[in-house]
Design a protein around this ligand. Structure first.
Ligand code: PLP
Length: 439
């Protein structure tokens, strides 16, 4: 037990031994309520037999057949399921094994699209500060989390970043939410004009920002304005719903609530709910047609794309969500969890903001509620919250604040869609204890 290179090289972790609904049991038998779905992954909890049975059945039929040679039934059925419910004119699904791969595929597809239609000078990608799109080099390049990017910068393609839509910190007191949304969206318009629209391929953003800001939704109208700006300049729009998609906000695709549809949409975590590694890039018909009618071949691919067991698992996950009306539960329990957080922390001196949609909620911790001053990052408040919560048997997802003070330490909550009111009571009680001790 001493040869695994863990993500934290100095930490020693409990060993996960068994799943029981929304709980994980470690090898000592201690129970942890999974209030973050790991990182917004485990939307069905940890023991859904309708999913594990579907995976076992598929393994008995055909465990793997390379997609350079064969299609397979679960992959075709999953693509049909996703497209039947997808926004806008998304019409094709490119399967991969996780979120970063989905972003890489979207970026390369955007670039190849412009090659196919005879606009080879379009290659630039614009993204947003304080965003996260994955840890592979392309995804890291478009991501705007400086802490993750800093030491790898010499390896990253040049990307420019505009402001995120973060009303809690950036909306002026004299501005309505709508006016703020228009102002911040117009930064994209200015950036595209500055680069020269004929050089810009795509803009990428998370409709609800996950890991870097802690469940921050766009204000009403922002994403629609972004869509208009992209259309005006012929720039492709990529929505990264790896974390916020697949029902997490109470809508299968988070952008549905904003009434805006992208040209490319990435999904992963909740797609397979952690039962198998899987991600996907949904592609609009105009992009697919350009490649189909042009070179006929997308110059990309991974060995495990469209893996039959992963697709069978994800299809079973999506069917359970529909059969059990879980999006309704996400909306109902999300409202209850938010109300319980507001009751517990609404006047807390060190809680600046409680935000999010559905079962995708964030709590921002600050040194001072009135001034919104962040804690000194050296205090590592988020790490203390995580450690205390784990001691109490609660998994939540705390992240550090930024050095420039643009976002404080925060805790992300993304529990399974199957939680009930007793779980909410346990989450808020234990989280309150952990925060009180850490701040
Ligand atoms: N995009 C977003 C919005 C994410 O939150 C993440 C992971 O947290 C990724 C992409 C990368 O996904 P993965 O870790 O599966 O590569």
């Amino acid at each position: 037990m001493n040869h695994v290179f863990h993500r934290n090289a100095r930490a020693s972790y409990p060993v996960a031994a068994k799943g029981d609904g929304v709980y994980i049991l470690d090898s000592e038998g201690k129970r942890y309520l999974d209030a973050s779905g790991g990182a917004a992954v485990s939307c069905l909890g940890h023991s859904e037999t309708r999913v594990t049975d579907a995976i076992k059945r598929q393994l008995d039929e055909i465990p793997f057949a390379h997609t350079g040679f064969f299609s397979n039934d679960p992959m075709e059925a999953l693509a049909d399921h996703l497209i039947a419910r997808a926004p806008g004119d998304l019409d094709r699904v490119y399967f991969v094994s996780g979120g970063s791969e989905a972003i890489e595929a979207a970026l390369k597809m955007a670039r190849q699209y412009f090659m196919e239609i005879g606009q080879p000078e379009r290659h630039k990608i614009i993204a947003r500060r304080q965003s996260y799109h994955g840890n592979t080099l392309g995804a890291l390049a478009v991501g705007g989390n400086e802490w993750r990017r800093e030491q790898f910068k010499p390896l990253l393609i040049d990307t420019s970043h505009v402001s995120p839509c973060f009303a809690y910190r950036d909306r002026r007191d004299d501005e309505s939410e709508e006016a703020y949304g228009q102002r911040v969206a117009d930064e994209l318009d200015a950036a595209i004009r500055e680069h020269g629209p004929e050089t810009v391929a795509a803009f990428v953003c998370e409709p609800v920002v996950g890991a870097t800001l802690g469940a921050v939704p766009a204000v009403p109208g922002y994403l629609k304005r972004i869509r208009e700006i992209c259309d005006e300049h012929g720039v492709l729009l990529i929505f990264d719903e790896v974390m916020c998609g697949m029902g997490r906000t109470g809508y299968l695709y988070a952008c549905e609530e904003d009434g805006a549809a992208p040209d490319l949409l990435t999904i992963a975590k909740g797609l397979g709910a952690g039962y198998q590694p899987i991600g996907a890039t949904l592609v609009s018909s105009k992009i697919f047609d350009a490649i189909h009618d042009g070179s006929g071949f997308f110059q990309h691919g991974h060995t495990y794309m469209g893996h039959p067991a992963a697709c069978a698992g994800a299809l079973a996950v999506q069917k359970v969500i529909e059969e059990d009306n879980l999006l309704e539960n996400v909306r109902a329990m999300g409202a209850k969890l938010k109300a319980a957080l507001e009751e517990r922390f609404g006047n807390h001196h060190h809680v600046g903001d409680i935000r999010g949609r559905g079962l995708f909620l964030g709590v921002e911790l600050v040194e001072d509620r009135a001034s919104k001053k962040c804690f000194d990052p050296a205090r590592k408040v988020h790490a203390k919250v995580k450690a205390k919560a784990m001691e109490l048997g609660l998994m939540c997802y705390p992240m550090g604040g930024t050095i420039d003070g643009r976002v404080g330490d925060h805790v992300l909550l993304a529990p399974p869609f199957i939680i009930d009111e007793n779980h909410i009571e346990e989450i808020v009680g234990k989280l309150g204890e952990a925060i009180d001790e850490a701040v």
